[in-house]
Design a protein around this ligand. Structure first.
Ligand code: 4AD
Ligand code: MG
Length: 466
């Protein structure tokens, strides 16, 4: 084939007819009659296909037989105005080269079963579906928009460690990292001798970059992290992954109100970015799975999120129960809300996203700023329709005395946290931050129902294939 620069399908579909073009991609479908074959070609640049029209008299019959669903092609031809409906332009093929054959008998996407469960078992093919193409492009767009949002505001992207000795949330549930021989673990006084381990101490995969993030914020002012996060909680739900991505901004001189404003502006920016830049993908997902998707995205833009204290929220939920609403889990002051409670507040009671603040201190982490009442802390959760919590954060306890007292009260080791406590020793400042679960955001933006279907290679209990 004569050399000619390849044009991506997305660009071809937006081009004027009349030029000689080269397209490359995978066959989605082939149909037609004795004279003409119509091939829908997709290269992943857009959810839309370019139609190739092949006059059978110009091509070897054997070649056209090899043009099957899944096969990869290079097609040269003239970009012409399309006579058929559905597309503005199509390619009148003059040359077709099969780059890679695809045995139609074995091609896994020909199976009747194209459920999300089945697709998760065929990792390569799964990504080639229209649905995952849309999800992957949206995932990329959101990652890019996240960096842009913070960069435009002068935040510094801070890389925090994945392997750590610190348990940021004080909650356990960590994956241990070790090079010790598990069949022959060295011991000392009846306990595992971690001095023989790779790092000379017990280490794990991080559950959050926040504590290290606070060191960055109290040095350069405003930072954000964006990286993989690991939690070994055995939660087999459509909203939990064992390996997920989290974005954690941390800001010196922000109180809880500044924090709420940033969180709200941030999520709205991301939703607006998706609508502005990925409308085709959103429209595809909207039409195929969830016809309320685009309306739901637009609905969060024009309004102010509802701000409400935990205590007020408990009253609302107790009131609902008194009026006959049934929750699976009981709710009273002091309990951690379940997803059903969060969704009741967002979807039934307020009808918009909710920012909950001032939680009982016993259900939140040690580092949250303690309120004057002695029983609540300045935590902040952002709750969204269909999902529940997508952001968790807080103003941090800036007082050395109060922080140390809380660490002691919880029976945690101050010694392991000295490097962190130092931020309160040397020029402590009021500061705040939050964590956005990247895949929770994507659940909202794509309208997908299961968090496993917004990440290319999901890790969940008993599942680490590929
Ligand atoms: O509420 P979390 O546990 O907060 C923190 O980790 C804080 N250190 C954040 C901070 O203040 N810098 O987690 C934050 C968010 C949750 O709101 C949720 O969206 C997501 O991370 N998340 C998960 N996403 C998927 N799978 C899991 N197992 C998740 N656990 C938390
Ligand atoms: Mg949380």
């Amino acid at each position: 084939m004569e050399r000619l620069a390849r044009t991506k399908v997305k660009d071809l579909l937006g081009s004027q007819p009349g030029t000689e073009v080269l397209a490359k991609g995978w066959v989605r479908t082939k149909r037609g009659n004795k004279q003409l074959k119509f091939i829908a070609l997709n290269d992943g640049s857009t959810v839309n296909n370019i139609q190739i029209v092949a006059d059978t008299s110009l091509f070897d019959e054997e070649l056209l037989k090899r043009v099957t669903t899944g096969a990869s092609l290079a097609v040269k031809g003239r970009l012409v105005e399309s006579l058929g409906s559905g597309q503005a332009v199509e390619i009148q093929a003059s040359e077709i080269e099969v780059l890679g054959d695809c045995d139609p008998m074995r091609y896994p996407l020909q199976k009747k079963d194209t459920s999300f469960e089945y697709l998760r078992s065929v990792a390569h093919m799964r990504l080639r579906t229209n649905t995952f193409g849309a999800v992957l492009r949206l995932r990329h767009a959101m990652a890019f928009a996240i960096h842009k949002f913070f960069n435009d505001r002068g935040f510094v992207y801070l890389n925090t460690p994945l392997i750590t000795e610190s348990d940021a949330e004080g909650a356990g549930d960590m994956f241990q990292v070790t090079t010790l021989d598990l069949a022959n673990v060295p011991t000392h006084g009846g306990k595992v001798d971690f001095s023989k381990d790779f790092f000379g101490k017990k280490t794990s995969l991080t559950v959050s970059g926040q504590l290290e993030g606070e060191l960055g914020a109290t040095a350069v002012g405003e930072i954000y992290t964006f990286g993989p996060t690991f939690r070994a909680e055995n939660s087999n739900t459509p909203r939990h992954l064992a390996e997920f991505w989290m974005i954690e901004p941390e800001m010196a001189f922000y109180d809880i109100y500044d924090n709420m404003e940033l969180a709200e502006a941030f999520v709205k920016y991301l939703v607006q970015y998706a609508l502005d830049n990925n409308y085709d993908d959103l429209k595809f997902l909207n039409d195929k799975y969830d016809d309320g998707l685009i309306a739901r995205l637009q609905s969060v833009l024009g309004i102010e999120f509802q701000r409400v204290t935990y205590t007020e929220a408990v009253e609302i939920l107790e009131d609902a129960v008194a009026k006959g609403h049934k929750f699976e889990y009981p709710v009273h002051w002091g309990t951690d809300f379940q997803s059903e409670h969060e969704r009741y507040l967002v979807e039934t009671h307020f009808g918009k996203p909710v920012i909950l603040i001032d939680f009982p201190k016993d259900i939140k982490a040690f580092y949250m700023k303690q309120n004057e009442d002695g029983r609540t802390v300045r935590g902040m959760d952002v709750l969204f329709p269909k999902i529940g919590e997508i952001i968790g954060g807080s103003e941090r306890e800036a007082s050395l005395e109060k922080l140390e007292a809380r660490i002691d009260e919880l029976g945690m080791s101050r010694k392991n946290l000295e490097w962190y406590i130092d931020t309160r020793r040397y020029g402590t400042v009021p500061h705040s931050g939050f964590g956005l679960g990247f895949e929770r955001l994507l659940l909202f933006v794509t309208g997908m129902n299961n968090i496993r279907d917004v990440i290319p290679f999901p890790r969940t209990p008993k599942n680490a294939e590929f």
